[in-house]
Design a protein around this ligand. Structure first.
Ligand SMILES: Cc1cc2nc3c(=O)[nH]c(=O)nc-3n(C[C@H](O)[C@H](O)[C@H](O)COP(=O)(O)O)c2cc1C
Length: 275
């Protein structure tokens, strides 16, 4: 999926026609098989074949985000145990990249849908929540679709040294990346990960034998603190990190350690490298 990390982009304009039944079956198989970050937090991805049902629960134009009218959606439902946001980010991004491989356009939708009304579309149990939606379908290519993306500046990304550090949140990673080009290509895959309002809130502190992963929290008035979209973003970046490591033959695993806490940042997990 390394290649798909770079091919994926948010698609906001879709052809009205639905995907072929065979393709929808493939999507269904993909979403049923995604791997979780935390196996103890049950979550599922439901395919909403009839997109019209979702259009009815999406609220109007807000900021640079409009209604995204797609023929189909994925509804991501999870139990709300500690860590469920990054669990969702990690798992759903696997599906998004596999749909990209099939030539299907996708867009994460974190806000502006009525979280109560959506219960009329998908069934959810008492301790569950619809966390996010993913619009998907055939991309409507043309001046307007592409133009909108460029105009809103959505595709811009931070430089690696703006989100990755050596030993401390101030330590420069430049020299380390020069000495370890494999980590540079891994971080390039992380760099292009999607995030809500393109905030790229993930922070990586490289240390001897591990990388500590943090979320910069409360970074935008556009995102309410309690929606915790930044934790979803970090889960997505962790998926890109693990894909990059696989590509470079670096083995490791995620583990929550007793790491230093920095003001304005939430510690999420560490990637421990197997020697
Ligand atoms: C958790 C999350 C929520 C998002 N919510 C929305 C949304 O509600 N509407 C929208 O148009 N884009 C949404 N996006 C897409 C981002 O704006 C997009 O990923 C970012 O601007 C980077 O652009 P790219 O995906 O084309 O690389 C969301 C992305 C993520 C990861």
């Amino acid at each position: 999926m390394y290649k798909q990390c770079f091919q994926r982009k948010s698609v906001r304009q879709y052809m009205e026609e639905p995907l072929a039944a065979e393709m929808l079956m493939k999507v269904d198989r993909i979403v049923k098989k995604v791997g979780l970050l935390y196996n103890h937090i049950p979550m599922r991805i439901e395919l909403v074949e009839n997109g019209e049902k979702i259009h009815a629960v999406m609220s109007g134009f807000l900021g640079s985000y409009g209604k995204i009218k797609a023929p189909h959606y994925l509804a991501v439902i999870s139990e709300t145990k500690e860590g469920y946001h990054e669990n969702v980010g990690f798992a759903v991004e696997e599906a998004v990249l596999k749909l990209t491989e099939l030539g299907i356009g996708t867009c994460w939708i974190g806000g502006f849908f009525d979280r109560k009304l959506i219960q009329n579309v998908v069934e959810i149990k008492k301790d569950e929540k619809v966390v996010v939606l993913v619009a998907f379908g055939k991309e409507k290519r043309g001046i307007w679709g592409e133009g909108l993306r460029t105009f809103a500046g959505f595709a811009k990304r931070k430089k690696i040294e703006e989100f990755a550090f050596w030993n401390d949140l101030n330590g420069s990673v430049v020299e380390y990346m020069e000495k370890h080009p494999e980590w540079k290509s891994i971080m390039e895959a992380v760099r292009v990960a999607p995030s809500a309002v393109n905030l790229q809130p993930w922070r990586f502190i490289f240390r001897e034998g591990r990388i500590d992963i943090y979320a910069k929290s409360g970074v935008s008035p556009k995102i309410s603190e309690d929606s915790c979209l930044y934790r979803i973003d970090v889960g997505i970046a962790m998926q890109h990190l693990s894909i990059g490591c696989l590509e470079e033959g670096i083995e490791g695993f995620f583990e929550r350690l007793a790491c230093e806490v920095f003001p304005g940042h939430v510690y999420i997990s560490s990637y421990v490298i197997r020697r």
